[in-house]
Design a protein around this ligand. Structure first.
Ligand code: MLC
Ligand code: AMP
Length: 507
């Protein structure tokens, strides 16, 4: 590729705009937004960013409700070369503070209700500006946009320039910012668009959050590359999705979306009459769900596998066989191997850790060169931390995780982070947080706690403490107080034994 050409991801989207720029891009609860609107308003938003002092490489932290305007804000950040940092809307002020300290943004965009708290908490931290954006798009950000001319520019970006930082929690309990470049995002989007056979008339139904890879990059980027219309729901509500599905051709979701659809009486063959492709990812899709879905609708859900640090890594084939329990093959441009603890390749059919290379693999963790080095092999392979088996044809199955991680409804929860906060409670001696099978969320965060001797610590006390400190989806769905935790001969808590003991509590 010619290094002098502009590798800005927004440029790529522009190159795919439809011939008729008045075609609809987003159809949402308040109306529609055309590609012409996208270009103009993201240009206005770019002008707001610039007038707020944001220049290339500056971080912009965004914690706002899902809305069409929030999508335009992301695109505006691309246009000015800012580094977009979306945060889960459930994060508490305590959690957000960590990200602000770490990322040192030039600008924060938050919900209007949070403006006062954010301004007073972060003013001293050198974040120059706090602007607001509500779920209906109003707020000081769009007020300012109304006073400015659209800036038509798309800043020149190299492949390696940062486009976004997405925070992922870590096994140490400390979040790491995965740095994603324009090149990472473009290459993955182009591959997925091709691999999943996007067709000119495709319409995407979008119900995922837009602060994670799945909803923000995978879904939106494919639609933008295809100049497709996106039917945009601000959250997943099964009854609303059932009504919308007959009018679209592509749907993407986490496994919980599919189990909830299967439980909705109105969801049937008719609902799916125009669907070309159902895609699932972010957590394992149970074979029972895959089969029940096929029996009801005739559709084999296409399961793919990915992660924040690398976007999409593997996918079941669009044209070939989609197999339940398998995540398919390494995507074109991705090389995958199953390795032992030292990075040596394991024979086909044997379990090991999945390691990958490719243009999709991130540029490292923000200001954590040592952590970054730990997660890469000397030959450049990134260690995913997922346990996998590969057969002789290259087909991959994810069979477990080497990292201590719970995935609940598609959101990652690192037990260490929850344990650290529980252990702050003076009446707690120690705790172990585990994931337990859950019919709706796949896994549910469960805390097993030992209280100090003679103490009457109750689950309610723990809950009240955690509420202030942790996002709601990280809070234990069950708190169990015990007299001691099982340990092995080395004194290490045996989480496997706990997972087995409590495996049935939600069934
Ligand atoms: C909500 N709640 C959850 C939860 N989501 N609890 C555990 N796990 C979750 N995922 C809790 C809330 O805390 C609240 O608790 C109650 O459920 C109702 O909240 P809600 O907001 O009304 O929930 P709901 O809308 O039903 O949300 C469930 C969901 C949502 C499954 C629709 O979690 C969701 O959209 N998940 C998608 C996650 C996602 O996009 N992952 C992609 C990551 S990218 P209480 O106690 O207050 O009532 C990635 C890479 C890749 O992993 O490969 O894609
Ligand atoms: P995140 O860090 O939020 O991007 O989550 C990435 C993790 O989600 C991966 O490392 C896997 O553990 C898990 N994951 C994503 N897709 C799948 C899938 N299809 N099957 C099993 N696990 C998955």
């Amino acid at each position: 590729m010619n290094k002098s050409t502009n590798q800005n991801l927004y440029r790529l989207f522009q190159s795919r705009f439809p011939k008729d720029i008045d075609n609809i891009f987003l159809e949402h609860a308040r109306g529609t937004l055309s590609f012409a609107d996208l270009e103009l308003t993201s240009g206005r938003y770019a002008a707001v960013l610039k007038s707020s002092g944001v220049t290339k490489g500056d971080r912009v932290v965004v914690q706002v409700s899902k809305s069409p305007e929030a999508v335009l804000l992301y695109l505006a950040c691309l246009r000015v070369g800012a580094v977009y940092i979306p945060l889960n809307t459930a994060y508490t002020l305590a959690e957000v503070s960590y990200f602000i300290d770490d990322a040192k943004p030039r600008l924060i965009v938050c919900k209007p209700a949070m403006q006062e708290q954010f301004s007073s908490a972060f003013a001293s931290r050198g974040a120059a500006v706090v602007l607001t954006m509500a779920g209906d798009g109003t707020g000081s950000f769009s007020d300012r946009a109304l006073t400015l001319e659209a800036d038509p520019a798309v800043i020149h970006s190299a492949e390696n320039d940062l486009a976004a930082i997405l925070y992922t929690s870590g096994t140490t309990g400390r979040s790491k910012g995965a740095m994603l470049t324009h090149g990472n995002l473009s290459s993955n989007a182009l591959v997925l668009h091709e691999y999943w056979g996007w067709e000119p008339d495709d319409v995407l139904l979008h119900a995922l959050p837009i602060f994670h890879v799945h909803g923000l990059f995978v879904a939106l980027h494919c639609a933008l590359l295809n100049a497709s219309k996106v039917v945009f729901h601000t959250k997943f509500e099964a009854d609303q999705i059932v009504k919308a599905l007959p009018h679209v051709t592509v749907f993407m979701g986490v496994p919980t979306f599919y189990t909830r659809l299967l439980e909705t009486p109105e969801f049937d063959l008719q609902t799916c009459q125009n669907i070309r492709l159902f895609i699932s990812g972010s957590a394992p899709l149970l074979t029972e769900s895959f089969t029940a879905f096929e029996n009801l609708t005739g559709h084999k859900i296409l399961e793919r596998y990915g992660m924040t640090e690398a976007g999409m890594i593997t996918s079941n084939p669009y044209e070939g066989e989609r197999i339940a329990g398998s995540v398919g093959f390494a995507l074109p441009g991705v090389t995958a191997r199953v390795a032992d603890q030292n990075g040596a390749e394991r024979p086909h059919g044997e379990v090991g850790i999945l390691e990958i290379t490719g243009a999709n693999v991130f540029a490292g963790y923000w200001q954590m060169p040592e952590k970054t080095a730990e997660e890469f092999r000397a030959d450049g392979y990134f260690i995913t931390g997922d346990m996998a088996v590969m057969d002789e044809t290259g087909r991959i199955e994810i069979v477990g995780r080497a990292k201590d991680l719970v995935i609940s409804g598609g959101f990652n929860v690192y037990p260490k982070e929850v344990e650290t906060i529980i252990d702050e409670i003076p009446e707690v001696t120690e705790s172990a947080v585990i994931g337990v099978p859950h019919p709706d969320f796949g896994e549910a965060v469960t805390a097993v706690i030992v209280a100090n001797e003679g103490n009457t610590l109750g689950a309610d006390n723990v809950r009240a403490y955690l509420e202030r400190k942790l996002a709601n989806f990280k809070q234990p769905k069950r708190i169990i107080i015990v007299s001691k935790l099982p340990r092995n001969a080395m004194g290490k808590v045996q989480k496997k034994a706990l997972r087995e003991q409590y495996a049935g509590i939600f069934s």
